[in-house]
Design a protein around this ligand. Structure first.
Ligand SMILES: Nc1ncnc2c1ncn2[C@@H]1O[C@H](COP(=O)(O)OP(=O)(O)O)[C@@H](O)[C@H]1O
Ligand SMILES: [Mg+2]
Length: 227
């Protein structure tokens, strides 16, 4: 319980300095959007696990929804789905991205859940599939993205680490922009360089690096740097 409170600080404490940092990240992304190119689908990723991707994606979704835009958070970590838990939503056995990808008949409307926050909906990862990368590397994912882009103003995709499995790289080639989370005292410099190469290879648009400070609350301490 306590952990959940800390991790969704953008709801628990709308006026905390950390929530304000999430709003700064939001502003930077909105700037990237004003450059003329579309910036509707955003991927949040990092080099490895436990760097603060899910925490950033969730809190960013909350502060984005504050601006009266319709926001969808997608749990794109089909192997280690945790975003739903942060919002206290049903996950695991319910329909989600994996069922939409594997079963052409299943409907997006049924899979999407409302969160406790106005303007913020959530698409769970769904049950863990046996072949996540193959499922994601399909035209079906493009169709799903098209559908959600019609319904929402802004979509944030939480994802697995770039260097562990290919899933995030697949996402990166299909979204409008990528934000990399770097965690202080944890993210290795040469891994960051490897990520940059992978993103270039998939022709992804890296719009910023968000620095997650080490000595903060479990909610993280995020500062945005334009890439
Ligand atoms: N700056 C930070 N200081 C302390 N704990 C953090 C920080 N950032 C994230 N955490 C904690 O680390 C764990 C992993 O964070 P999470 O956002 O799930 O990372 P990822 O999605 O990259 O695996 C969580 O328990 C989270 O609360
Ligand atoms: Mg995560």
């Amino acid at each position: 319980m306590r952990e959940r409170e800390n991790r969704l600080i953008a709801i628990e404490n709308r006026f905390s300095p950390i929530t304000e940092q999430y709003r700064n990240v939001r502003t930077s992304i909105q700037f990237a959007a004003s450059s003329g190119r579309p910036m509707k689908l955003l991927l949040v990723t990092s080099t490895e696990q436990e760097e603060g991707k899910t925490t950033l994606a969730s809190n960013l979704a909350v502060v984005m929804a504050e601006t009266n835009t319709k926001v969808l958070l997608i749990d794109g970590d089909l192997r280690r789905a945790t975003a739903g838990k942060i919002f206290n939503l049903r996950t695991g056995t319910v329909a989600g991205l994996s069922t939409l990808l594997s079963n052409v008949g299943s409907s997006l409307e049924e899979a999407i859940q409302r969160t406790q926050i106005k303007n913020l909906d959530f698409l769970p990862a769904g049950p863990i599939p046996s072949n996540p990368s193959e499922l994601l590397n399909s035209n079906r994912l493009n169709e799903i993205f098209q559908q959600v882009e019609e319904k929402y103003d802004f979509i944030i995709v939480d994802s697995p680490p770039l260097l562990v499995v290919t899933d995030a790289q697949i996402f990166s080639s299909k979204v409008d922009g990528v934000v990399l989370v770097v965690r202080e005292n944890r993210t290795k410099r040469n891994n960051l360089i490897k990520c940059k190469t992978l993103l270039e290879r998939s022709k992804a648009r890296l719009i910023g690096v968000v620095y997650n400070g080490a000595k903060s609350l479990s909610a993280g301490n995020y500062n945005y740097y334009k890439y």
